[in-house]
Design a protein. Sequence first.
Length: 397
Amino acid sequence: MKTIRDINFKNVKALIRVDFNVPLNEKFEVTDDTRIRAAIPTIRKVLNDGGSAILMSHLGRPKGGFDQKYSLKHVLPALQASLPNTVIHFAADCIGPQAEEAAAALKPGEVLLLENLRFHVEEEKGDTLFSQQLASLGNFYINDAFGTAHRRHASTAVIAEFFKDRKALGFLMAEEVKNIGRVLENIERPYVAIIGGAKVSSKINILKNLVDKVDHFIIGGGMVFTFIKAQGGQVGNSLVENEMLEDAQNILELCVKHGVKFHLPVDSVCSDKFGEDGIIKVMDTHQIESGFMGLDIGPKAIEQFRQVILSAKTILWNGPMGVFEMETFQKGTQMIGIAIADATEKGAFSLVGGGDSVAAVNKFNLATSISYVSTGGGAMLEFMEGIKLPGIAAIES
Ligand code: AMP
C-alpha cells in the first residue's frame, strides 16, 4: 500500500483531500473537531518535511454555487487551533484565479485551505476538467478523506489520474485500510461479526460478503425479525421486510453451507408502541404476541451473545442491537458493547464501524476500549461489502 510515510515532501505542494465536513452551531462554530484533528498527522508530515499543504474538502450539502452557510471559512479557527504557529491562508474559491494565485504564493511550511468543493456541481459529477483545474494547484496528491472514499468525485478519485506516481494515501486512510483489512483477510479465529440495525436490506451485501469469512454471525436490531419470519416464527408488529424473506432464507442456507453459526436473540424486549410509554414485556423472539414489537434484545440474548463474543479473537460490530436512542431499549446495545470491550481486553481485535454503532460506542463511553473505531460510515459499509472503493483504487492504479 502506498502511504506517505516513506515520501519526502521537501518543496512539494501537496494537495490533500481531507474530510472537514464537521458539525457547526448556529454561530458557525465547529462543535466537534474530531475530523480536523484526524487530518493533522498527514498535514504535519508534509509541513515538517519542508513542503506546503493545500487542503480541499466539502462541507455539508450545498445545492451548487456559493452559500455562506457552508463556507469552509468557518473551520479556519478550529484548524488554526490544531496547527498553532502555522500560517494558514484561505482561498475563496477552490479553482480559478484566486486559488491559483494563493497556491502559487504558498511557501514551504504554510497551509492553504480552499473553499468548499461542492460549491461547484462538477465536484460530485467527477468532472474531468474541474479535476484538472484542482490538480494544477499542486504537484502531489494525497487522499486522507476516508468518509468520501466510496464516491467517485473529482477531488476523491478523478483528480488522481493527473498525478501518475505522485499520489498516496494519507495516514488516516492508511489506518482505515489496514484495520478494516484485519476483518477481511488474514483473520485470527474465531471471527464473530455482530450485525444489527434496522433493516436486512441495508446489510444484506455485508452478510453475503462475510459469510465465507466468519465463524459466527450475531444478529440484532430490527433486522432480526425478517430472519425470524423466514424461519416461521411469530413476529407480531415487529419490523419485517417481506421482500427480503427470500434473501434472509438464502443467508441462512449459506451459513449452513459454510459452517457459520448464526445467532438470533433468544428473547426480545417488546412493546405495544414504538416509544417508551407502552406496555413493555420480554418475550421469546420466535413468539412475539400480536400487537407487540421487538425493540431490543432480551436478558437471555445478552448472555447468549456475550459468551460467543468472549470466545472471539476477531470481532466486527456494525449496527445497534435495539432502538438504543430510547433509554428503555438501550441495554442490549450497551451490554454488547461492554462484551466487546471485555473481549478486547482479553486480547481480541475489535473493529466498530458504521454511523449508529459508532454513536452507540461514544454514547456508552466505550471508544477507548475498542481496538479500532472506523471514521467512515458509508465508505466502511461498502468496504465491508467487498467493493473496491474509488478513492483507494485511484491511488493504487
Ligand atoms: P442502521 O442505520 O441500519 O444501522 O439502523 C440503526 C437504527 O435501527 C437505529 O436508529 C435504531 O433505532 C434502529 N433499530 C434498532 N433495533 C430496532 C428494532 N428492533 N426495531 C426498529 N428499529 C430498530
